[in-house]
Design a protein around this ligand. Structure first.
Ligand SMILES: Nc1ncnc2c1ncn2[C@@H]1O[C@H](COP(=O)(O)OP(=O)(O)OP(=O)(O)O)[C@@H](O)[C@H]1O
Ligand SMILES: [Mg+2]
Length: 370
């Protein structure tokens, strides 16, 4: 497969509201074991609030300077000379749906997908770009029906991101929506049978949470929840009269554990956590009531920097009575020597690693296998 990727060095770029993360993987031959993926580069740069808001690039020149710094085109980092990139589009302006079609995978046309997507996507398709992946099962049987993962992104937004990336010398090969990138990163760590079990992937970033139902090897749907690292920090600032840095430190040190010295902190965080748990329950129930196969969600996987919050996994497990795992998105990767400070267990890198996994294979492929 690696021989067919004409875009040598292509990398993943996770553009968020509070950071931009870059991961570059390569495929290496491993004596006696075929090939393995190696992390060549993993970088992150913080974005001050207000540069990108609700997915819109509000301060293009400021974001451009951050991108140039991350790419080593200005500043002290080693320059990355590859132009090929698989980039993230902001979740707020994208949409995901898995379609079941009565058409064998080999016979599907673009018109079939557009026609069927129209029935399910709640907006004018003319204003959106559609991208899709036909899911093939590995059992080798001739398939009469197809499953197609369809992603849609607002044209104005995708065009703005294309322009931004081209302005720093990059050539976007593909844009991806967060749910697809996350699922690729997390599913790659599971065995084939684990990946068949219905699960909820939860990504908690600085500004948002995404809840993604993953079942039978595909992302079924995703929703956003009002729970985020910044929200918790803001609550602590208000309750403890801390400045931003002190509140952030407190959050990282104490998380959701009860601290006798600051009993108000725990009390203040509790309603937000309770709302989050209710949102998770609602999402699981929605899937369980509508999937038609009576299957229950069997596992939750936490990802994003917020997954590190102390006592979060324990609290969710206690309340939801579902086993919880925390993502270690780089755990299966070899690591370049120069990447000594890259922590492969950092759940905040899940999305960037998911994008990089697409970049290192053929990024233009429109089929996927489960
Ligand atoms: N140990 C920790 N305990 C609690 N929160 C943490 C910890 N480590 C990181 N975080 C929080 O995780 C958040 C950053 O997560 P992540 O890197 O996924 O977000 P981001 O990609 O920068 O944000 P966005 O995608 O919204 O732009 C911050 O709010 C940070 O405070
Ligand atoms: Mg992010």
């Amino acid at each position: 497969m690696f021989l067919t990727n004409p875009f040598a060095g292509a990398f993943g770029l996770d553009i968020g509201e509070r950071s931009i993360k870059l991961v570059q993987l390569s495929r290496q031959r491993v004596l006696g074991h075929g090939t393995a993926l190696k992390a060549e580069l993993a970088r992150s740069i913080a974005l001050p609030s207000g540069y990108i808001v609700n997915g819109e690039v509000e301060q293009p020149e400021m974001v451009r300077q951050k991108l140039l710094t991350l790419l080593g085109k200005i500043g002290s980092l080693k320059p990355l000379r590859v132009p090929w990139v698989v980039a993230l589009l902001p979740e707020q302006k994208t949409f995901l749906k898995t379609l079941e079609l009565d058409i064998p995978p080999g016979e599907i046309t673009a018109e079939d997908i557009t026609f069927n997507a129209k029935k399910h996507l709640p907006f004018e398709l003319e204003e959106y770009y559609l991208d899709w992946q036909i899911v093939h099962s590995e059992n080798g049987r001739a398939e009469r029906r197809s499953r197609v993962i369809v992603g849609a992104s607002a044209k104005v937004l995708a065009d703005a991101y294309t322009y931004l990336l081209e302005s720093v010398g990059l050539s976007p090969l593909a844009f991806e929506i967060e749910a697809c990138a996350l699922v690729r990163a997390l599913a790659a760590l599971e065995t084939e049978s684990e990946a068949q079990v219905p699960q909820l992937f939860i990504d908690i970033s600085a500004t948002r949470s995404s809840l993604i139902i993953y079942a039978a090897g595909v992302p079924e749907f995703s929703v956003s929840a009002n729970f985020s690292g910044e929200l918790l920090t803001a609550i602590l600032m208000r309750e403890l009269k801390f400045d931003y840095a002190a509140a952030e430190n407190y959050k990282i040190k104490s998380g959701l554990s009860y601290d006798k010295k600051y009993p108000r902190a725990f009390q203040a965080l509790l309603p937000t956590v309770t709302d989050f748990i209710a949102e998770i329950k609602k999402t699981c129930s929605f899937y369980e009531d509508h999937s038609g196969n009576g299957e229950k969600i069997k596992q939750l996987v936490l990802s994003g920097g917020g997954a590190n919050l102390l006592q979060l996994a324990e609290t969710l497990e206690r309340e939801l009575k579902i086993p919880i795992a925390t993502a270690a998105p780089g755990s299966g990767l070899l690591r370049a020597k120069k990447l000594s400070d890259f922590d492969p267990n950092d759940p905040g890198f899940s999305v960037a690693i998911g994008l990089a996994r697409r970049a290192v294979e053929n990024p233009l492929a429109t089929t996927t296998r489960v």
